[in-house]
Each structure stands twice: as structure tokens, then as C-alpha cells.
Design a binder for this molecule. Structure first.
Ligand code: GTR
Length: 426
């Protein structure tokens, strides 16, 4: 596999001999996407839909992410909208209430390509065509996507960021726009896409608190012991994405049939799980999601099941902890998570210097989903080997290996929008 060797040398800093092992396609023994647990071969789309898909979804709920309560649209509060970006976009903000506590709300921000015109009184008129949007949760609060002073400052728990001076998990005025390099709002608007975002801390603060705060505290029924398949934080964040999608269905400026769910890193794991469960998502994008996201668990490269559960005991259901160093016993692997998105467009992206997320494991897992895509829509991932750096492969499954580190960059967005154009304009 010639492309793998330079990749190894450049990024992982280990020997070529060692890397040729890393380049094995799927790990030995990963579950066959097209064979049911009972051993039956899945031969057509109908059998995938009625037999294998429900079975795989249930296995992920029961063994990996846990089970979320049934979803229902949440009450919308404090809706407001303004014309921004020199008249090229509408900024909308609203909150979705999931509990009675003052913090039990998801505060949503949307930048949408501008309506055709405003009337003589200056009020906005509905768009002629609703816009496709990317929906993505954020670590630091939505006010960090853009310096726009009209964005409400996040009031929830946010991830610390020494570089911008957030040390006590609280947002500050000085962090406005501090993550703008990750969120090219103007570029998205100019290409006809909206951005919808919210802070993941509004849904579930990202620390191990025994599942007391966020939606777990507000929604879970009291029980003396947590079930081994009770939902973790990733399940909660994914649930929140579906609740935001409920509210987008009500918005005349959003094409609710063209909502791409996207996430970076732990939120890339979340985007995949949200897209796998909720088929209303049109497209699913995993950016550098790694272990518990796009990367095969069985490869055991970079972050492993044992390490992730030790460091983040609140992310997955407790049954998943039992697979530490026993990945070969898992009844699923992450190629099946990608396959659950079929036949919708799905995109897996890696970064060359992100060995922790196992870029080759992310790629081969996308390949592992390919047979399901071929069966359902005769289109999958048009690359059999790891593509060269910065050379994307776009079919119904998209993949790129960006040069550089673990991050979400403008270069990634350019590929995501090209991929979205390709599927949207068909
Ligand atoms: C790391 C974690 C990864 C990834 C990343 C992130 O510490 O090991 O699984 O989720 O954090 O979300 O930034």
C-alpha cells in the first residue's frame, strides 16, 4: 500500500514495517455489515431496512452509547431575528426548554442566507427558497463563532480554553469570535449555506457528575441504579441535535430536508450517532472523530476503548466500559455506525497529524460501510486505499485526510460544501 508508508513516516513517526501493519484494511473479525446476527445474508435494501439496520441500531444503543428517551419537540422561547453581515444574512436566536430549571435550555444560534428582500418597514420577508444548513454543536459557546456583538453570550458550562482566558468554565465577553477560524460564516453564507449552532454544555456539561446535571438530571427517571444501557453524554448531545432539528422544521428560512449534522472530535462522534439514529438528517459529517466515532475500535491504534472510558467515564453507556481491552468481543464496530447513515451522504475526515484519532482506522471504517452503500444506492467511497493528503474522495461516502493537526479548518469546510453541493444539486 504505497500511500501508507509516507503517511506513516510523516505523521506517526514510526517505522514503515510497523506501519504496514497499521495499513491492514479492516481489523480481523469485524462484524459483517451484510450478515444478520442470526447469520442470514442481507441481499437487498428491504432486508437491510427491516432486519439488519434495526438490529445494528439496537446493538449500538445497548452496548455503546446507551438509550435516549423518546424524542418530542421542545417548547421554543425568546425567539429573535436581525439582519447582519451587511445585509447578507439573517441572525436568529431562540431557546428550547427541556426542564423547569433556569439552565434547562438549549440556546440556538443560526446565520441564514438572507431573505430576498425586506419590506418598506424594514421587516424581513421569507426567503424564496429555504436554505440548506449545517447544524453543529460547539465546545465554547455560540458567541465564539463570530465577533458579532448581537450574539447572546453563552450562560452554560463551557470547555476551558487557556488560550482565550476561559478557566472557570464560564464564557466571557473577551471570547467573542475566538473560534471564528473554525466557523467560516461569511464563506458559508456566500455559498448558500446556513450555520446553526449551540453549546454542548447547554445539553450536558462535559464532566463526570454522576449524570445529575443537563438533560440527564432533567429528563431521567429516578432509579436506585443506572442501567448498563442508560445514555451517556454523547447520547445526550445527539438527542439535543435532534431537538434542534425539530425546531428547524418550523423555520420557513431553513430547508428542513437539507440539514447536515456535523461535529468535530467528541462532537464528531456525536454527529455520527445523531445521524445514525435520526434519519431526518440529510447528511452526516464526522471531523476527526476517532475512537468511539469513525475509527475502528478493533484496530486499537491511538485512543483505545479502555483509555477513552477511563478518561471520559460519562461519554458512553456503562456496558461499553466492559469492552476495555476486549474490543474483539464487541458485537458492532464503527463501520456499522457509518453504515447506519446509508443511503444518505456521509463524510469522514481525518487530519494527517492526528494519530490519536487513527486516521487510517477512520478511513478503513468508512470503507467498511461501503458494501451497505453499494447495496442501497450503488455508490460508496471511491477509494480503496488511504487517499493522499489533501486529495478528497467524494462518492456517496466522502473522505479526506487533511494536512495538519486535529482541528476543524476552512480547508475542511471547503470539502464539506463541495460534497454537499454535489448531493444537493443532483
Ligand atoms: C480527546 C479525546 C478524543 C477527542 C478529543 C476532543 O481528549 O481523547 O476522543 O474526543 O478529546 O473531543 O477534543
Amino acid at each position: 500500500m504505497p500511500t501508507c508508508v509516507p503517511f506513516l513516516a510523516l505523521t506517526l513517526g514510526v517505522t514503515a514495517t510497523c506501519y504496514s501493519v497499521r495499513c491492514q484494511e479492516a481489523p480481523i473479525g469485524e462484524p459483517d455489515p451484510l450478515r444478520s446476527s442470526a447469520g442470514a445474508v442481507i441481499e437487498d435494501a428491504e432486508q437491510w431496512r427491516t432486519i439488519r439496520r434495526p438490529e445494528v441500531l439496537e446493538l449500538f444503543r445497548s452496548h455503546v452509547y446507551g438509550r435516549a428517551p423518546a424524542g418530542r419537540p421542545l417548547a421554543t422561547e425568546s425567539r429573535e431575528e436581525d439582519l447582519v453581515l451587511r445585509g447578507r444574512a439573517v441572525r436568529k436566536q431562540w431557546s428550547l426548554r427541556y426542564g423547569d430549571g433556569p439552565d434547562d435550555q438549549i440556546h440556538v444560534l443560526a446565520f441564514l442566507p438572507r431573505a430576498a428582500s425586506s419590506d418598506a418597514a424594514g421587516s424581513l420577508q421569507p426567503r424564496e427558497a429555504p436554505a440548506p444548513v449545517f447544524l453543529a454543536l460547539k465546545f465554547q459557546g455560540k458567541h465564539t463563532v463570530h465577533p458579532d456583538p448581537g450574539i447572546r453570550l453563552a450562560s452554560c458550562w463551557v470547555r476551558n480554553n487557556q488560550r482565550v482566558g476561559v478557566t472557570k468554565h464560564r464564557a466571557t465577553e473577551q471570547t467573542r469570535g475566538s473560534q471564528a477560524r473554525r466557523w467560516p460564516v461569511e464563506l458559508m453564507i456566500s455559498r448558500g449555506y446556513g450555520l446553526v449552532t449551540a453549546c454542548y454544555g447547554d445539553i450536558d456539561p462535559d464532566f463526570d457528575d454522576g449524570f445529575e446535571n443537563g438533560v440527564h438530571g432533567a429528563v431521567d427517571e429516578a432509579a436506585s441504579e443506572r442501567a448498563p444501557d442508560a445514555w451517556g453524554a454523547i447520547g445526550a448531545w445527539a438527542w439535543g441535535l435532534s431537538r434542534i432539528l425539530d425546531s428547524l422544521a418550523e423555520d420557513p428560512d431553513v430547508d428542513a430536508n437539507r440539514v447536515a449534522v456535523l461535529g468535530h472530535s467528541r462532537l464528531g462522534k456525536t454527529a455520527l450517532w445523531a445521524g445514525a439514529q435520526d434519519e431526518r438528517f440529510w447528511m452526516v459529517v464526522s471531523n476527526n472523530s476517532g475512537c468511539g466515532g469513525a475509527a475502528y475500535s478493533r484496530r486499537r491504534r491511538g485512543e483505545t476503548v479502555a483509555v477513552i472510558n477511563k478518561n471520559f467515564p460519562h461519554w458512553f453507556c456503562s456496558r461499553f466500559h466492559g469492552y476495555a481491552d476486549r474490543e474483539s468481543s464487541l458485537p458492532v464496530d464503527q463501520h456499522l455506525l457509518i453504515a447506519l447513515c446509508a443511503p444518505r451522504p456521509v463524510y469522514v475526515a481525518s487530519a494527517a497529524k492526528d494519530a490519536w484519532a487513527d486516521p487510517a482506522g477512520e478511513f478503513f471504517s468508512a470503507r467498511g460501510a461501503d458494501p451497505v452503500y453499494r447495496l442501497l444506492c450503488d455508490d460508496g467511497l471511491p477509494a480503496e486505499e488511504l487517499p493522499a493528503v489533501d486529495a478528497p474522495a467524494h462518492g456517496r461516502i466522502g473522505y479526506h485526510l487533511r494536512s495538519g493537526k486535529h482541528d476543524l479548518l476552512r480547508a475542511d469546510w471547503l470539502h464539506y460544501m463541495d460534497f454537499a453541493d454535489r448531493h444537493r444539486l443532483r
